[in-house]
Write a protein that binds this ligand. Structure first.
Ligand code: AMP
Ligand code: ZN
Length: 135
């Protein structure tokens, strides 16, 4: 399925040009236009899925395998010191393009890439509440 109003559908199909690092029948991997660091890239499936909530299982599995291949190659190409894999779902989580994608963000010693959170505390109350609801 494609969405005629979706920019990533158009990028994945090649209708909108992109800096493509890799392409196969299922995915296009491109450089992000607003990179968090040098080499920040996106894995974009050619089929339209809004995010992880609805992506096809087989495609999701292929996407993470492709991420593994890409970071193994790109760490050598870029000479980076680490990698973050980020995947945002829905607006409160930072999703701005509503077509599933995986961010591959190279990390360099001493960089100021602002990924992270304030470390909280897992209380017994919250732990028990979640465990109860998971049943
Ligand atoms: P997210 O916030 O997880 O939805 O990520 C969307 C990402 O897409 C952001 O990092 C943007 O910089 C990137 N982006 C948006 N439009 C384009 C585009 N035309 N080409 C490359 N990257 C884009
Ligand atoms: Zn799309």
């Amino acid at each position: 399925m494609k969405d005629k109003d979706c920019i990533f559908c158009k990028i994945a199909s090649g209708e909108i040009p992109s800096t493509t690092l890799y392409e196969d029948d299922d995915f296009r991997v491109i450089l992000d236009l607003g990179p968090a660091s040098k080499g920040h890239a996106l894995i974009i499936p050619k089929e339209h899925y809004r995010n992880l909530y609805d992506i096809d299982d087989e495609l999701a599995a292929k996407a993470i395998i492709l991420a593994k291949k890409m970071v193994n190659k790109m760490k050598d190409v870029l000479g980076c010191d680490g990698y973050n894999i980020v995947q945002n779902n829905e607006e409160p989580a930072g999703q701005t393009v509503f077509h599933f994608h995986i961010h591959m963000i190279p990390r360099y010693k001493g960089d100021n890439v602002g990924l992270g959170w304030h470390v909280g505390e897992l209380t017994d109350e919250v732990k028990n509440e979640i465990l109860e609801k998971m049943k």
